[in-house]
Write a protein that binds this ligand. Structure first.
Ligand code: MN
Length: 282
């Protein structure tokens, strides 16, 4: 159990660590940019040349972590090419565009992606939508990768022997009923979005769905009834499945159940319900 928790913390912890490293780099870059701007003002010609040159793309503070397994690890259920393009291009684009969105907001660069999206409506209007889409995209995908794995011990199946597996049966009547409800949420999401299993404020489980890169942490963006801490996440954007499954989203959803990492999901569940248990004891 302890190892499970550490594994999941490693996802968030690792992200923050790399964010901090990149933040220092970003500050150095910014210092360089200020020096450049100062010298550019010396001569009009140089200033014009500097203005014409495209600004270098920011490389932080947010960084793209590696996939926690080989791209082919989820085959045949999710193919290597889809995983590579999804991670290396789509997820990377969210990270790059999040960094771009925060170029003029040094205070926001210090926050984690979870802090940014949790307080999305408190952000300045000029960056709010960009952070909702790109910060959401970054956070959602980081979680998504961590909640899958190569079929084997603790992956696939029905979460047997875990607290989460037991809670699912209790909340939905049976694993089959949960699976039906979750699949239904994934199928009924019109266009692009996500299906989630969340732990709500009262400690109960709920299946919800969000559009685009929104997620159940986004207070003021998603309805309060759909808010909670995600313990399962399924990307139903076409880019997540189109190469292998084309328009057959149902087949992709069914295949995804074979690669659900119940060990990781259960660690998130136990962390999410721990405060509620404490509260109840007071
Ligand atoms: Mn995606």
């Amino acid at each position: 159990m302890q190892m499970d928790l550490r594994e999941v913390r490693g996802v968030g912890g690792g992200l923050m660590e790399s964010e901090k490293t990149s933040f220092s780099r970003r500050r150095l870059m910014k210092a360089g940019a200020i020096a450049l701007a100062g010298s550019a003002a010396v001569t009009r010609g140089y200033a014009q040349a500097a203005a014409a040159a495209p600004a270098p793309a920011p490389t932080g503070p947010f960084t793209l972590g590696p996939l926690p397994y080989e791209p082919a690890a989820l085959e045949p259920h999710i193919d290597a090419q889809t995983m590579t393009i999804h991670h290396d291009r789509h997820h990377k684009a969210y990270v790059d565009n999040l960094n771009k969105a925060l170029v003029g907001a040094p205070e926001l660069q210090k926050k984690t992606s979870e802090e940014l999206i949790g307080g999305i409506t408190l952000l300045p209007a000029e960056v709010q939508k960009a952070v909702q889409n790109t910060g959401g995209g970054h956070w959602n995908h980081t979680l998504f990768w961590s909640l899958m794995g190569a079929p084997g011990a603790g992956v696939g199946g029905e979460g047997e022997g875990t607290a989460l597996g037991g809670a699912i049966v209790k909340a939905f009547g049976s694993f089959a009923k949960f699976r039906e409800k979750f699949s239904d949420a994934a199928m009924k999401r019109f266009g692009s979005g996500w299906a989630w299993l969340v732990v709500q404020e009262d400690g109960g489980l709920a299946v919800v769905s969000t559009g685009n890169q929104d997620n159940p942490l986004m207070q003021g963006v998603v309805p309060n009834a759909d808010r909670g801490k995600p313990v399962l996440a399924l990307d139903v954007w076409e880019h997540a499945y189109y190469l292998k499954y084309q328009n057959k989203r149902a087949d992709y959803v069914a295949a995804w159940f074979n690669v659900v990492n119940w060990t990781a999901a259960n660690a998130l569940y136990e962390a999410a319900v721990a405060p509620a248990v404490k509260k109840g004891g007071k």
